[in-house]
Each structure stands twice: as structure tokens, then as C-alpha cells.
Design a protein around this ligand. Structure first.
Ligand code: GLN
Length: 200
């Protein structure tokens, strides 16, 4: 753990999925961003992004790399985390349609349904007005995306689809989106995450 006065880097969980895109966005925003694959690297960072990908694989790898419990402990100690898509699944306390034996890291007091948009609507794009961000609306890309089915009153919905499904949430230092801002030049969620890290 860093003991100097200089700001700590932020990490992107780099076991699987689109971690390179997240590293790129964070670096474009001026952050010192590093891939995290080992517990020693997690110790270095002041915040963590969990990317999109495949949550079942990320679950298995994070447990076999000895990262799942250390991430849980850091979340409990207040480390900000931003999860996109599979990352939202990893942050959920409870899953609907989990794979056999699938575990999450948890921390976010929500129930998330995996692959919530089914086969016909596997992938789609839409514009989401987000009050906190003002104009323009967020252009959101959904790829075999999850959705929030239930949330505790400690969780704030940041974005809701026209059908009422919640697809972006925040709870203290935890931020999660069912879609992928990292792939289409939407930087406002990462900026918000960096703000949470600066305030932590
Ligand atoms: N459906 C994937 C899962 O269950 C998530 C897809 C994504 O991250 N784009 O992990």
C-alpha cells in the first residue's frame, strides 16, 4: 500500500473482458491506471473498475487468482468500484439466472438478472437521459446485458429504460452500469468514478 502523499493509481480488473478499453478511457482522463491481476496490485490502487466480459469466467478466475475476497474486503473498507455489464453482475449482492455455482463479489445492495434482454434483443443501443450528467443523453450500448430487478433504498437509480428497468446505479462509492460507456467514447461515468476515488 502506498504511503507517500502522491495519489494512488486506479486499477482495472484484468483477468478477462474489455479491461484494455477501460484503461484507455481512464488514461485519457489523466488517471494513472494499472491492470490488476494479483492481490499485491490490488493493494496499490485507490479504486477499481470491473470490466464487461463474462461474469462466470471472471468469477472463477477472481477466486482462483485469490482476488475475490481481497476485493470484497477493500469494498467493505470503502474502496470505490465501477462495474460495467459483467462488472455490474460481479458487484451485485444477489443474482437471478446465475450459472450453477456462480458467486459474486457483492457490495451493491441489488438483485441483478443476467442476460435480462433475452435472445432477440441480445444487443441494442439507446439514448438514456441521466439527470446528473445533463446534456447530451448517454448513448448506451447493451451487449447481453443484465438489468437491476430489485434494489435497496440505499441504492440510487441513475438511469432507467423506457420500460422501467434500472440500468445504472450508485451506492456510496459503488457505481454500476448494465451498458458499456468504455466502448463508445462516453467518459462521464469514468469521470464520476475518478471523483469518487478522489473523495474516498
Ligand atoms: N452476459 C454476460 C455475463 O453474464 C455479460 C455481458 C457483458 O459484459 N457484455 O457475464
Amino acid at each position: 500500500m502506498s504511503t507517500t502523499g502522491s495519489p494512488r493509481p486506479v486499477g482495472v480488473l484484468a483477468l478477462q473482458g474489455d479491461f484494455r478499453e477501460h484503461l484507455h478511457v481512464l488514461r485519457e482522463l489523466g488517471a494513472d491506471a494499472i491492470p490488476v491481476r494479483r492481490a499485491a496490485e490490488l493493494d496499490e490502487v485507490g479504486g477499481l473498475v470491473i470490466p464487461g466480459g463474462e461474469s462466470t469466467v471472471m468469477d472463477k478466475l477472481s477466486r482462483s487468482f485469490g482476488l475475490a475476497q481481497p476485493i470484497r474486503d477493500r469494498i467493505a473498507a470503502g474502496m470505490p468500484v465501477y462495474g460495467t455489464c459483467a462488472g455490474m453482475i460481479m458487484l451485485a449482492d444477489e443474482l437471478v439466472d446465475a450459472a450453477e455455482g456462480q458467486q459474486t463479489i457483492g457490495g451493491l445492495c441489488v438483485t441483478v438478472r443476467r442476460n435480462a434482454f433475452g435472445n432477440q434483443n441480445d444487443s441494442f443501443e439507446t439514448d438514456l437521459p441521466i439527470a446528473e450528467f445533463g446534456d447530451p443523453a448517454v448513448h448506451a450500448v447493451f451487449i447481453r446485458a443484465p438489468a437491476v430487478e430489485r434494489m435497496s433504498e440505499v441504492v440510487t437509480a441513475l438511469a432507467t429504460l423506457a420500460d422501467g428497468r434500472v440500468v445504472a446505479v450508485e451506492q456510496d462509492g459503488l457505481l454500476a452500469t448494465a451498458f458499456h460507456p468504455e466502448i463508445n467514447g462516453e467518459y462521464r461515468f469514468h469521470r464520476r468514478f475518478l471523483q469518487l476515488v478522489a473523495e474516498a
